[in-house]
Design a protein around this ligand. Sequence first.
Ligand code: AMP
Length: 220
Amino acid sequence: MRIVLLGPPGAGKGTQAKRLADRYGLPVIGTGDIFRDHVARGTPLGLRAKEYMDRGDYVPDEIAVSMVLGRLKEPDCRVGFILDGFPRTVPQAQALERALTEAGTPLDAVLNFKVSDEMVVKRLTNRLVCSSCGRPYNLAFKPPRVEGVCDVCGGRLTLRSDDDEATILRRLEVYRRETEPLVLYFWERGLLRDIDAEAPEQVVFDRTVEALSDLLDVDG
Ligand code: AMP
């Protein structure tokens, strides 16, 4: 199963990606997570990506595309994958489509998580992320059991450096301009389902599984 998750920052893509991965046994390719890992390790890719990420801008297409297409060739992606945060621009979508068509493994589904700008700001300004396993928490909606500590792995919870209000607004603006055109792009290909993602996590997950079974004709 080859799935793309679309939606603005704070739509819950990362959370749902992890749950879908557990349910269907698929790897998650979260481009933001991969870039953050490179930044933390100080690799050349990380040093280039950081300047864009700190501003709330997108990393240039050629960097994101070569990173993802390389990752998709790894053996764990043979069973399929969940792309979280890629493609984010029309050229990225075209490059992905070309590569998957050449490999004879086209996309099966694109899920478009819809949330209002107000909800995005509310979710992201309260977001904490585990520095060890990447699991997201939210001080308003989903606090950890012990303050500052991941429920699952015991890692330290941190704020993301691009989750301040000015950078969030910039990321939303870039999303609406660069990524929203992909909704039409994938809809025209018959791959897209909208998910109302303003509900609690479990409700959104149930909607997601239903949308997938509808698109793929499989049981949840
Ligand atoms: P995310 O964790 O998905 O919110 O991504 C964090 C940041 O990583 C974004 O604001 C971008 O700067 C960068 N990024 C992630 N995915 C992409 C992509 N597909 N294309 C360009 N930049 C990306």
